[in-house]
Design a protein around this ligand. Structure first.
Ligand code: 4AD
Ligand code: MG
Length: 503
């Protein structure tokens, strides 16, 4: 407890039987004559506060009764343990003080469309769902730092303004840097490689930018990426590092955010499987799988399941629409309205998946060795596995200039993607780096990049070149996978997307 009996909701377990004052906002309320149920949130959690006529003054009682959602207030009362209550504790209110009465808060407990919520992101951040995601993102970032700090890595901050393209030149954001064209960084990797030659094991962690022209659920134009880089490492070593790292982050989220995961309806049972070793497949093997009979059957079965789910959703919608017509209380109507919005959006999603299934099946069946894996191909492979899959040895022509050519087969590079399971898809991309001066210079030219910009990078192959490599993990994609969010825009407080920047 703080001074003046002030307490945070997260501390109530230590204050049972005592009188405390909570400072927060009115999340929701309901009144039944002589008793009011107020849900208060204070940033640390939610708490049901019960105000009874007679126990609180008539004046307080009346004021609370008419108080709008998201009004700020302090509530004083005695802490009671109650298993059924949100958070397990409740407050028997003895007094309350309104700080600012809010009227007509735009986001009501009824569900709203995603576009409306994004326009109101500054307020929507207060919702239970965004709060849970924010808490989990915090744990993910904390675990990322801890993993590398505790394993001998040195943090290096790489620049955001850069002259070099690290990845696809189609996705560069140009900036006018005092009359010179520069761009916002797509990756810290190239600078990080030079730091690895000084510190051995390094990582950078910051925002990265890609002018992605695709409006998919997996792409933001500004996203956070952590990138480790290690001197004297081979592909096997990188895979081991990546699986230990992702297993650690997952375990930390489960340890610290079980209740948030439950609130979000995440698949907690699947967390237990996220342990090394992850599956290892070569690109060539993946192409075989995609084109094979097993995938055909898998997708046919999936189509059948989706159609069944659609039928069930339609049935439930019809039931609820009928219920809505009946004699029911307002709160029941609101509840049904909320469920209907969710069901209809799920139905939309099912419709899209049913429509896409045959298209994706065709793409997979007709896949040609040499192409990069598409989003739908990754999804299929990821759906067929219950823990993350490494896909290694992609065709050289489909990949970035810096990836090391496999000396045993110069058609492929020593790289990998890590696909998260259950259809989520790529969360990590990485590789061993080309460490031979001539080969690297040739690759830079081959890709039409201006070699002048890469002179310093080539120096790393002139002066004490060693085998080295690293990878990048996208924070938003990782959070989306762990929380079961379908769209990564929900996994950063203020998302930047191609079509719109709302706030
Ligand atoms: O596979 P990518 O492009 O790899 C690199 O940038 C390497 N230079 C990393 C390295 O080896 N140091 O991106 C790495 C990861 C992806 O797997 C994905 O999780 C995330 O970054 N990512 C994105 N996340 C959100 N929106 C986008 N537009 C993303 N592009 C990549
Ligand atoms: Mg990639």
């Amino acid at each position: 407890m703080r001074s003046n009996n002030k307490a945070y909701i997260s501390e109530l377990k230590d204050n049972v039987g005592q009188e405390v004052t909570l400072e927060g906002w009115l999340y929701n309320s309901r009144s039944s004559g002589k008793i009011q149920f107020l849900i208060i949130r204070d940033g640390t959690g939610l708490c049901q506060c019960i105000a009874e006529k007679g126990t609180v003054s008539d004046e307080d009682f009346e004021q609370l009764k008419h108080l709008g959602q998201e009004s700020s207030l302090t509530v004083t009362g005695t802490v009671r343990k109650d298993e059924r209550s949100i958070g397990g504790y409740e407050l028997a209110v003895t007094g309350a003080e309104v700080i600012q009465a809010a009227n007509d808060y735009p986001i009501t407990p009824k569900s709203h469309g995603i576009d409306f919520l994004l326009k109101n992101r500054h307020l929507h951040l207060r919702s239970q769902r965004q709060w849970c995601i924010g808490k989990i993102r915090h744990t993910v970032i904390d675990a990322i730092r801890r993993f590398f700090n505790d394993n001998g890595f040195t943090l290096i901050d790489t620049p955001i303004f850069t002259a070099m393209a690290g990845e696809d030149t189609q996705t560069l954001f140009e900036v006018d840097y005092f009359g010179e064209p520069l761009h916002l960084t797509q990756t810290g990797q190239l600078h990080l490689e030079s730091a690895a030659m000084s510190f051995g094991k390094v990582y950078c962690f910051g925002p990265t930018f890609r002018a992605e022209k695709s409006k998919t659920r997996r792409h933001l134009t500004e996203f956070w990426m952590v990138e480790p880089e290690v001197a004297f490492i081979d592909l096997d070593g990188l895979l081991e590092l990546a699986e230990n790292f992702v297993s650690f982050v997952t375990a930390e989220v489960l340890r610290s955010n079980k209740s948030e995961l439950e609130t979000l309806g995440a698949d907690i049972s699947s967390f237990a499987k996220i342990k090394p070793p992850f599956y290892r497949l070569t690109y060539t093997k993946v192409v075989d799988i995609l084109m094979g009979e097993r995938t055909k059957e898998f997708l046919a079965k999936q189509l059948e399941d989706l159609k069944n789910q659609k039928e069930q959703a339609e049935k439930r919608i019809a039931e609820l629409e009928k219920e809505q017509q009946g004699q029911i209380k307002q709160w029941q109507k609101d509840k049904i309205a909320g469920e209907l919005i969710e069901l209809r959006s799920a139905l939309d999603e099912l419709g899209t998946r049913i429509e896409n299934n045959p298209k994706h099946a065709k793409l997979a069946a007709e896949f040609q060795w040499g192409k990069d894996l598409g989003g739908s191909d990754e999804t299929i492979i990821s759906q067929m596995h219950d823990k993350p899959v490494f896909v290694t040895h992609y065709p050289r022509a489909a990949k970035a200039f810096y990836m090391k050519t496999d000396r045993g087969n110069d058609k492929v590079v020593l790289n990998f993607d890590m696909l998260a399971p259950a259809g989520f898809g790529e969360i990590i991309g990485g590789s061993v780096r080309e460490d031979d001066y001539d080969r690297l210079a040739a690759r830079i030219k081959e890709q039409g990049l201006d070699i002048e910009n890469y002179n310093w990078y080539l120096d790393l192959r002139r002066y004490g070149s060693v085998p080295h490599g690293g990878f990048g993990l996208g924070v938003e994609r990782t959070v989306a996978w762990l929380t079961g969010e379908t769209h990564i825009r929900q996994c950063i407080a203020f998302p930047r997307m191609m079509d719109k920047v709302y706030i």
